[in-house]
Write a protein that binds this ligand. Structure first.
Ligand SMILES: *Cc1c(COP(=O)(O)O)cnc(C)c1O
Length: 430
């Protein structure tokens, strides 16, 4: 029963546009009423009606250790008593920066911000300031937050809501954003050739997670890296999703690809609003007050956000076995889903890397936005609701990756696989 959620959703729509503070939460593509959450612990969400769900969103990634992870809660409580913000530097920010630098490759300096959007927006401005060039190449279906430059074919929430062009973004901004298909190196080469000497940056999700989970094909990222080196283009790897999730050093470490600038969010804040961008000193020193590319934030490096992030990252750094455990759990889920999907008999594709996984009802490989969008997403929506009814909380869109947290037990995974079996039968032939 979700009576209270229904009531809250009605009430929310009176004072909040669409009843939510971020669009995908509204369940618009899957239909129905969004679940209003009261609390969460470990791998479980509890809604306003007291129903329990096994959580495969993990706050869209950050809660990699599980909800209300005790050391994080304790640290927040301790630091909150010292005041929640100063607007002046703290030693904690240095410790956070040093910890990040000790975990991720190719980052000499890092600047903290308050969201992944800010991180990507600032990294692009820096790339433009550093190169003196204006254009940026992004990939269809890749999401880099909601800054103007990136809201062109941006996957995820926009794909879910079928928004093609965004009112409010000027033509002047969108002409500087060039779009290529993910995993199509030739398209990128062509764009660079057509815009010789004008491209400041190429930005990408090294492993795409905003059109479901889509892996880079062999040689693609290497080819992009080489092209950037040849053309003096700044390669920005958006690790907001993959950073500290795929490995302590993120996709850069796991895939062995070097970024010039890298952006973080999600896991980096341990559930608090944190983002960051960093890279080589040669580029980072152009940021104010060292250089004159301006970037600032009243609450940047906020002590409560820093201690939550620091505690999360330190736990991950000190316990690298967590990544192995997460991957084993995700692979177990993958195998279990494979079995019930095969028995069900309709076409499907599961993509997985580490603790990121997604299911497309597709009869062809899902390697870019076009193939993700041509999957049977109506079937996904039905599957989503059938799972939700059985207490399994999947992302409410086929264009989102599922994120596992390490609080998930094998019993939870078994329950999920069992629920999938029943849900598939209920999903039928839509
Ligand atoms: C979530 C996300 C962002 C935006 O981060 P916010 O904190 O929501 O602003 C940027 N890039 C990627 C890859 C993301 O997944």
């Amino acid at each position: 029963m979700i009576n209270k959620s229904k009531e809250l959703f009605e009430r929310a729509q009176q004072s909040i546009p669409g009843g939510v503070n971020s669009p995908v939460r509204a369940f618009k593509s899957v239909g129905g009423t969004p679940i209003f959450i009261k609390k969460a612990k470990g791998a479980y969400l509890y809604d306003a009606d007291g129903n329990r769900y096994i959580d495969y969103i993990a706050s869209w990634g950050p809660m990699i250790l599980g909800h209300a992870y005790e050391p994080v809660v304790k640290a927040i409580q301790e630091y909150a008593a010292y005041s929640t913000s100063y607007g002046a530097p703290t030693e904690l920010e240095i410790e956070m920066a040093e910890l990040i630098l000790s975990m991720v490759p190719n980052v000499d300096m890092i600047r903290m911000v308050s969201s992944g959007t800010e991180a990507c927006m600032s990294a692009l401005r820096l790339a433009r300031g550093y190169t003196g060039k204006n254009k940026v190449i992004k990939f269809e279906g890749h999401y880099h937050g909601h800054a103007d430059s990136f809201l062109v074919k941006a996957g995820s929430g926009l794909a879910t809501l079928n928004i093609q062009t965004v009112p409010g973004i000027t033509a002047g901004v969108s002409v500087d954003t060039l779009v290529a298909s993910y995993n199509k190196l030739d398209e990128v080469r062509q764009l660079v050739n057509e815009n010789k000497g004008e491209v400041a940056a190429i930005i990408l999700e090294p492993v795409a997670g905003n059109m479901g989970c889509i892996l880079p094909e062999a040689g693609f990222l290497e080819g992009i890296r080489q092209l950037c080196d040849e053309e003096g283009i700044v390669l920005i790897m958006d690790e907001v999703m993959t950073g500290f999730r795929l490995a302590p050093g993120g996709a850069q470490e796991l895939l062995g690809i070097r970024a010039d600038l890298v952006t973080y969010g999600k896991v980096i804040g341990g559930g608090m609003p944190v983002g960051a961008f960093g890279g080589k000193k040669e580029i980072m020193q152009h940021i104010a007050p060292l250089g004159n590319v301006y970037q600032a934030g009243t609450l940047s490096g906020n002590p409560i956000a820093m201690i939550a992030g620091y505690t999360t990252l330190k736990t991950l750094k000190d316990n690298p076995a967590i990544y192995k455990e997460l991957e084993e759990k995700c692979t177990y889920l993958h195998k279990g889903l494979d079995e019930v999907l095969k028995a069900w008999g309709q076409p499907y594709v599961i993509n997985q890397l580490g603790s990121m996984i997604s299911l497309h009802f597709s009869d062809h490989a899902v390697t870019d936005f076009t193939s993700a969008a041509s999957a049977n997403n109506a079937r996904f929506n039905k599957f989503f609701h059938a799972m939700l009814k059985r207490g399994i909380y999947l992302p409410p869109s086929a264009f989102e990756a599922w994120f596992l947290c390490n609080a998930l037990t094998y019993a939870d995974l078994d329950e999920t696989i069992k629920a999938a079996k029943v849900s598939l039968n209920e999903t039928g032939n839509i």
